[in-house]
Design a protein around this ligand. Structure first.
Ligand code: SIN
Length: 329
């Protein structure tokens, strides 16, 4: 009797609830591990802003910076589970899933960031955006941070100076080998643990970009930073494929065009952000920036570059060759 009386009311309430649910913007959780004032941090905030301006009634982006939601040892699994919808992990962190992207970790492969961007925009680079499709992950774009420098508690001018030291590295087997080539040891560790590990002396050195040194205060625990530009820190902007394909076509197209615009902005500004952070490190007096002459750079290059030949078969000789050609203007 009671149920019969209230049946129409229940039906109306359910209809209202589901209408409200449909009217709610869909939420994109975008998690990352760096500070907000870095190329990736700024990119995530710009993406959030543009989506609010152009799709505000349909999509809401929540940005979680600085490993506040997931650290870099757990964020890819969170994406695969559907607990977050977007990430932009460093390409070094994909080696559990694909070997091809390790091309970006080969030392002294790219002369500078402009060469990296040329590679990423050509067919062989664009193709790599699909490297995680079998994991249910869609690659939307490459975002670049910058060239990596090498730091330690002592001045590193020649490869022999690094012998016997331990370095915090990203979770990449190629980076383990890179440090082996100079008689050092690479210890894989989440980004969020870098400061503590350097401060406590658990490791004596690390490699990163000027913006990551400055924004994580790593320079305050690294008295010497050698300007080696020996490798690149680049990201892939990722979205959960199931989520992506489930969006209405018009929403997805608009999100893709926002992602393209934000990508252009991130990649245009990355070099300037790193240059500014380099100056701030110098001005802070925390660390000596060790500039290397051509002979010293050559010595690092010769020590590390045999990895290119060693990895021709697993990464693909054609991918490596395509990357090498972008250095020639
Ligand atoms: C990042 O820039 O996303 C982190 C890089 C690192 O782990 O060193």
């Amino acid at each position: 009797m009671f149920r019969q009386m209230f049946k129409p009311l229940i039906a109306i309430s359910l209809a209202l609830v589901s209408f409200a649910a449909l009217a709610e913007p869909v939420v994109i959780k975008f998690s990352h591990v760096v500070a907000e004032d870095t190329p990736k941090g700024r990119g995530a905030l710009l993406f959030q802003k543009r989506v609010a301006e152009r799709l505000g009634d349909k999509v809401r982006v929540e940005v979680y910076p600085n490993s506040s939601l997931y650290g870099d040892d757990e964020e890819l699994e969170a994406l695969i589970r559907g607990d977050v919808q977007m990430l932009a992990p460093s390409l070094s962190k994909f080696d559990r899933y694909t070997r091809e992207l390790q091309v970006f970790d080969l030392p002294f492969l790219f002369d500078d960031l402009a060469a990296v961007q040329r590679f990423q925009s050509r067919d062989s680079g664009v193709r790599l955006l699909g490297a995680l499709s079998n994991q249910g992950i869609t690659g939307l774009a490459f975002w670049n941070n910058g060239m990596k420098q090498l730091s330690a508690n002592k001045s590193l001018k020649l490869p022999a100076d690094a012998k016997g030291l331990t370095f915090r590295i990203q979770a990449s087997d190629m980076l383990v080998e890179q440090f082996e080539m100079v008689g050092a040891t690479g210890v894989k560790m989440p980004f969020s643990e870098s400061f503590r590990a350097l401060q406590s002396g658990q490791v004596q050195g690390t490699e990163n970009t000027w913006s990551n040194y400055y924004s994580q205060k790593l320079n305050t625990v690294q008295p010497h930073i050698s300007e080696t530009n020996h490798g690149v820190l680049s990201y892939m902007l990722l979205i959960d494929t199931k989520f992506w394909n489930g969006l209405p076509f018009k929403v997805r197209s608009e999100l893709q065009s926002i992602a393209d615009e934000v990508t252009a902005s991130v990649n245009r500004d990355a070099e300037a952000i790193n240059a500014k952070n380099r100056e701030m490190i110098v001005a802070s007096g925390s660390s000596t920036v060790v500039t290397l002459d051509a002979q010293q750079i050559k010595a690092w290059r010769e020590a590390m570059q045999p990895l290119l030949k060693r990895h021709e078969s697993d990464i693909g000789a054609s991918v490596i060759r395509a990357a090498q050609t972008v250095n020639r203007r």
